[in-house]
Design a protein around this ligand. Structure first.
Ligand SMILES: Cc1cc2nc3c(=O)[nH]c(=O)nc-3n(C[C@H](O)[C@H](O)[C@H](O)COP(=O)(O)O)c2cc1C
Length: 299
């Protein structure tokens, strides 16, 4: 009965959305609704769930006193997870460490504060951030696959909601695939197919448990993309961040079947990389901090 009522409310909301809001939003809601209808039991899904469940415990570890009942709950969860051979041991060990830490006399333990490396000065990092530009002119020099993987990996270091780590990548290096995805991204510029590498960011949306979570897919994309653009700049590799314009069901279906990608992966952005041929002749200047700073009341 309760479920029927919930479905009815959802149906009414959907109709309202369809009538009054733009199609992109409607398509997005359908995408998430389709995902939530299905049950999943594969490795990636289970690992993401583990990270997100144990993240709730992770947040408690700085409390001086963790309730023994809570430790018991997570210990029981851990036992069920430990027997699951699907889950990578690095994640199981992380969950195990959390429980072991909570059970220990951790209160007076010195925290492992990572020391900043001298080689990375705040000024150098600031300059890297300040001087990164969107590059739309690339030369043909190839980027080694090792370096490409390192850049993509830097995206995985970005923060994610509840530590879910749902980002995946589709790496494109042939002309036809780049052209096809460029069309879906909605970017007409020639630079996309000219760039040696193009990457579509995909977010596995299965562990966003409510519709309100869907923004996280885009936020997490943003964090990952910015990591990659900056890291690539540190190698003098130019890059550009492209919007992904297509949310239409039929178009996404053809994208999934072309690249044999599961339908719960939402394409959220595309980035292209390459060694720089030309810099933008006029730099897009940034606002002055004083013009965008609101201040709260002093204490
Ligand atoms: C979410 C997002 C979407 C973007 N989409 C495009 C795009 O579709 N095509 C493009 O040429 N540039 C795109 N850009 C790059 C911006 O145009 C660029 O960052 C901005 O003009 C400032 O230039 P800069 O990156 O060189 O500082 C996008 C940037 C962001 C953050």
């Amino acid at each position: 009965m309760k479920k029927m009522f919930k479905n009815l409310i959802f149906f009414i909301q959907l109709k309202i959305v369809k009538i009054f809001l733009e199609p992109t939003y409607y398509n997005e809601i359908i995408f998430f609704q389709n995902i939530r209808k299905k049950k999943y039991d594969d490795k990636k899904f289970k690992e993401s769930m583990l990270r997100s469940i144990f993240h709730q415990f992770d947040k408690k570890l700085l409390d001086s006193k963790i309730a023994p009942e809570l430790i018991n709950i997570y210990e029981k969860k851990l036992i069920t997870y430990l027997s699951d051979k699907d889950i990578d041991t690095v994640f199981l060990n992380w969950a195990k460490d959390l429980v072991t830490y909570a059970q220990s006399e951790h209160v007076n333990n010195k925290l492992d504060v990572r020391i900043k490396k001298d080689s990375l000065s705040p000024e150098a990092l600031y300059e890297l951030i300040r001087d990164r530009r969107s590059i739309r002119s690339f030369n043909e020099k190839k980027i080694s696959f090792t370096l490409i993987k390192k850049i993509l990996e830097s995206g995985l270091m970005a923060p994610t909601g509840c530590n879910r780590q749902n980002i995946n990548y589709l790496l494109l290096n042939n002309f036809e695939d780049k052209k096809y995805c460029q069309k879906l991204a909605g970017e007409p510029g020639k630079f996309v197919t000219q760039a040696p590498i193009a990457v579509v960011i995909l977010v596995d949306c299965r562990t966003y448990t409510c519709l309100g979570h869907r923004h996280q897919a885009y936020l997490e994309t943003g964090a990952a993309v910015q990591n990659m653009l900056l890291f690539a700049s540190s190698y003098n590799i130019g890059s550009i961040w492209l919007n992904w314009a297509t949310t239409k069901h039929e178009k996404l279906q053809s994208f999934y079947s072309r690249f044999k990608i599961k339908e719960y992966n939402l394409p959220t952005a595309m980035i292209v990389f390459g060694y720089i041929k030309e810099f933008p002749p006029i730099i897009p200047v940034r606002k002055n901090i004083e013009t965008c700073l609101y201040r709260g009341q002093p204490e």
